[in-house]
Unconditional design. Structure first.
Length: 274
C-alpha cells in the first residue's frame, strides 16, 4: 500500500557570496520591562522568519537582498511593529531590546454557557493513516490548519482534537491560532489569547480543552497549529490527515505567505455547542 507523506518543512540555503545579516535581540514589554515570549518576527511574505523564545530572545538570519524589505513584529496582546530590515539591523546593534507596546483590547462580554442543548463537530470528522501531516525540521512560526464552517450564530467552542500517528518530540510547543476568513484565506487573528499547548503522547487521539478561553463564533473561521518552540530539530510529530476535506492553508514561518494543499487535509475537529 502506498502511503502519502506530507511534512511541511523548509530548508533555506543561502550562498555565502550573497551575504546575509543576523538580527539578534530580545522582545520586551515597554511598561514592565519583562520579556515577551513567542513573538512572531518575519519579513512580510518572504518565508523568512522566527519566533522569540520563552525568554524573549530571538535570532534571525536574512539575506542581504532583503535589507529594503519590510519586517513585521507581532504578538497577541501587543501592537504590531513594522521595520525596514536594514533599519532594524542597525537599531539592534546599538540596543538589542525590541520593545512591545500592549494593545488596548476591549474585552468581550463573558457569557455563561451552561448546558447548551445542541452539540456538533466542526472540521474533518474522518482521518486516515495514509495521509500524514506534521512538523519535521520545520521553522519556528510554521503553522498549518483548516477552515471550520459555522452554521449557527454564537457557536461555543468546547475542545480541539486530532490524532497523532507518531511523535518523537520532547521539547516542541505549539500555539493554537484562530483567524477570520478573508477572501478565502486566514486574515486577522480573532482570539486575543495565547493558547499554548504541548503534545507529549507518542500516538493516539489528543484533546485540548477550549472552554477556559470562552470562544464563540458566528461565522466560518480558520484554526491553525503553530510551532513556537523546538529545542531539537531532529524531533518530529505527525498527525493523521484525510483525502480532500477542508481547505488546508499553511505557511512556512512567521509573517510568511499563505499557501495550500487541496488534495489533502488535516484530520482535526472542534467540538462545539449552540
Amino acid at each position: 500500500m502506498k502511503y502519502w507523506f506530507l511534512s511541511f518543512s523548509l530548508a533555506l540555503l543561502f550562498s555565502p557570496a550573497l551575504g546575509q545579516i543576523t538580527l539578534t535581540g530580545t522582545t520586551q514589554d515597554v511598561n514592565t520591562n519583562q520579556p515577551v515570549p513567542y513573538v512572531n518576527i518575519g519579513v512580510l511574505g518572504k518565508n523568512i522568519g522566527t519566533v522569540s523564545g520563552p525568554d524573549g530572545t530571538f535570532t534571525l538570519e536574512i539575506p542581504e537582498e532583503y535589507t529594503q524589505d519590510t519586517l513585521k513584529v507581532s504578538s497577541i496582546g501587543y501592537e504590531a511593529r513594522l521595520f525596514l530590515v536594514a533599519n532594524l539591523a542597525q537599531q539592534l546593534q546599538s540596543n538589542p531590546t525590541l520593545l512591545m507596546t500592549p494593545k488596548v483590547i476591549e474585552l468581550a462580554e463573558i457569557m455563561v454557557k451552561g448546558d447548551l442543548p445542541n452539540t456538533t463537530v466542526l472540521g474533518n470528522r474522518n482521518h486516515t493513516e495514509m495521509v500524514q501531516v506534521g512538523f519535521r525540521g520545520a521553522s519556528l512560526g510554521h503553522e498549518v490548519g483548516i477552515r471550520y464552517k459555522v452554521k449557527h450564530p454564537d457557536t461555543f467552542l468546547k475542545s480541539f482534537s486530532g490524532y497523532i500517528l507518531s511523535n518523537t518530540s520532547e521539547s516542541m510547543r505549539f500555539r493554537l491560532n484562530f483567524y477570520e476568513v478573508k477572501k478565502g484565506w486566514p486574515g486577522e487573528k480573532i482570539v486575543q489569547q495565547n493558547i499554548i499547548i504541548s503534545l507529549n503522547q507518542e500516538e493516539g487521539r489528543f484533546q485540548i480543552d477550549l472552554t477556559p478561553y470562552n470562544i464563540s463564533m458566528d461565522e466560518d473561521f480558520f484554526c491553525t497549529i503553530e510551532l513556537i518552540e523546538n529545542l531539537n530539530e531532529e524531533e518530529a510529530i505527525m498527525f493523521a490527515g484525510t483525502f480532500g476535506g477542508k481547505k488546508m492553508p499553511f505557511r512556512e514561518t512567521s509573517q510568511g505567505k499563505w499557501d495550500t494543499y487541496r488534495s489533502f487535509s488535516l484530520g482535526f475537529q472542534i467540538e462545539a455547542a449552540y
